[in-house]
Design a protein around this ligand. Structure first.
Ligand SMILES: Nc1ncnc2c1ncn2[C@@H]1O[C@H](COP(=O)(O)OP(=O)(O)OP(=O)(O)O)[C@@H](O)[C@H]1O
Length: 436
């Protein structure tokens, strides 16, 4: 049996330079895709999910070499696509097709549907006009349209119908891989499932492998065999679809699942929502890139914090890194007993510190007394105007292992891969007794 996957992507990177000035001096890089590995077997559908801007589309365009990857290897049927010359790239593009979110923009309004669908055939050397027309008419029927549609024009079709035509055009050259980038998200919800069903049928009929890109986990659950979860240019978890939905191993996956409406409230993930903005891919956080938003970010061994409070302390610490806090606003919002010259109530220092805790959802007293003492010292420094001292105190005491150690994508006890130090911890606990 042939164990080689149809597509194997290893260490894929796509960095966009950030330039300044007339001479376009490089001053930084957007690390849109930053070392991504995955495989897709023949006939399999792999979902690629993640929030907007995490690099999903860039994975697609780089692996198909619609834009050149910065680094990495893309093996298709055993061959490295990144080394292909023009001729071989053309052959590869016939075997690996892509469909996009917006079907309207992918058609020339002056060309009939038949001409558009037949175009790739012409490019690939099928010169007999009636043969082309025959193939196209057959395909139109297979994607749920009518053979007579062949002479109609794009504007005569609805969005859903256009996406059917786009599928016909992708299939016309008999590809082995279809890369579908948000293929239904521009369509009316009522017709999304028709198109998804069609894609499922087509995939079986044509034995297609599919890379299915979507930010919509509900859609991914309907069509994918496995799912890879991306965050800030990296894959953080890869799992069989149902396993991922019922037992996510990475806190980011759990958060993503928590942020979709679900009919069954008993499922894990319901109470967790994603908060905070995605950091910039030009300056990703050190260690685990999700640590700045992770609800399960690991506390240092020296303190026994309740997890929610620890997350809140991390939020304060991150905010402090951006500059001094707006004490006046907090002072006014939390003022009760101390009056200013105009008689308005403003907070005294103690009240202000409690106000700051409240703003960051930090309890009035942390469960760990030593930890609370450090926090109190930092808050005192901040309200006394020594922002640097406050920031440094928090930075020194409350560093998380998640920012110090880069988590590799490794097999978890659940049997699939996730990149999270929580699993490293578990592994070490399991491995240690065996070492004794
Ligand atoms: N040509 C470009 N030049 C500079 N930065 C780019 C370019 N294309 C994409 N990016 C950046 O790369 C990152 C990844 O973008 P990408 O479109 O791949 O994400 P995505 O996950 O597909 O998002 P969406 O779901 O919104 O399409 C983003 O920060 C984006 O701004």
């Amino acid at each position: 049996m042939n164990d080689t996957p149809l597509l194997r992507v290893t260490g894929l990177e796509k960095h966009y330079p950030i330039t300044r000035g007339l001479l376009k001096r490089e001053v930084g890089r957007v690390r849109a895709v930053d070392g991504v590995d995955f495989e897709v077997a023949a006939g399999e559908t792999l979902g690629l999910v993640g929030e907007s801007g995490c690099g999903k589309s860039t994975v697609a365009t780089s692996l198909l070499r619609l834009e050149e990857p910065t680094a990495g290897e893309v093996r298709f049927d055993g061959e490295d696509v990144t080394t292909y010359d023009k001729q071989r790239l053309k052959r590869f593009r016939r075997r690996a097709q892509m469909i996009f979110q917006d079907p309207t923009s992918s058609f020339d309004p002056r060309m009939s549907i038949g001409e558009s669908v037949a175009e790739p055939l012409l490019v690939h050397g099928i010169t007999d006009r009636s043969r082309r027309r025959e193939i196209v008419m057959d395909l139109l029927e297979r994607v749920g349209l009518s053979a007579e549609d062949v002479d109609r024009y794009p504007h005569e079709f609805s969005g859903g119908q256009k996406q059917r035509v786009a599928l016909a055009r992708a299939l016309v050259v008999n590809p082995q891989l279809l890369v579908a980038d948000e293929p239904v998200s521009a369509l009316d919800v009522s017709i999304q499932s028709d198109i998804l069903n069609l894609m499922n049928d087509i995939q079986e009929e044509f034995d297609l492998a599919m890379l299915f890109i979507s930010h919509d986990l509900g859609v991914v659950r309907e069509v994918c065999d496995r799912v890879a979860v991306m965050y800030l240019g990296e894959i953080v978890e890869v799992a069989p679809t149902e396993a991922l939905f019922s037992n996510p191993q990475h806190p980011y996956t759990t958060s993503l699942l928590g942020s979709i409406p679900r009919p069954d409230p008993t499922q894990r993930g319901e109470s967790v929502t994603l908060v905070g903005d995605v950091p910039s891919p030009s300056n990703p956080p050190a260690g685990c890139r999700f640590h700045t938003r992770c609800p399960e970010v690991i506390p240092p061994a020296d303190y026994a914090f309740e997890q929610g409070a620890w997350r809140s302390v991390q939020d304060l610490r991150q905010r402090m890194r951006e500059g001094p806090l707006d004490l006046e606003t907090v002072r006014t919002a939390h003022g009760e007993s101390v009056g200013d010259a105009e008689g308005e109530s403003v907070a005294g220092d103690e009240q202000l510190k409690q106000g700051l805790r409240a703003e960051f959802d930090i309890p009035r007293q942390l469960s760990d007394p030593e930890g609370d003492a450090v926090l109190e010292r930092a808050l005192t420094a901040e309200v006394e105007g020594d922002h640097e001292e406050a920031r440094d105190l928090l930075d020194e005491a409350f560093r998380t292992p998640c920012e110090q150690t880069y988590p590799e994508l490794r097999e978890t006890e659940a049997g699939w891969e996730a990149a999270c130090l929580l699993h490293e911890d578990q592994r070490q606990r399991v491995e240690r007794p065996a070492d004794d």
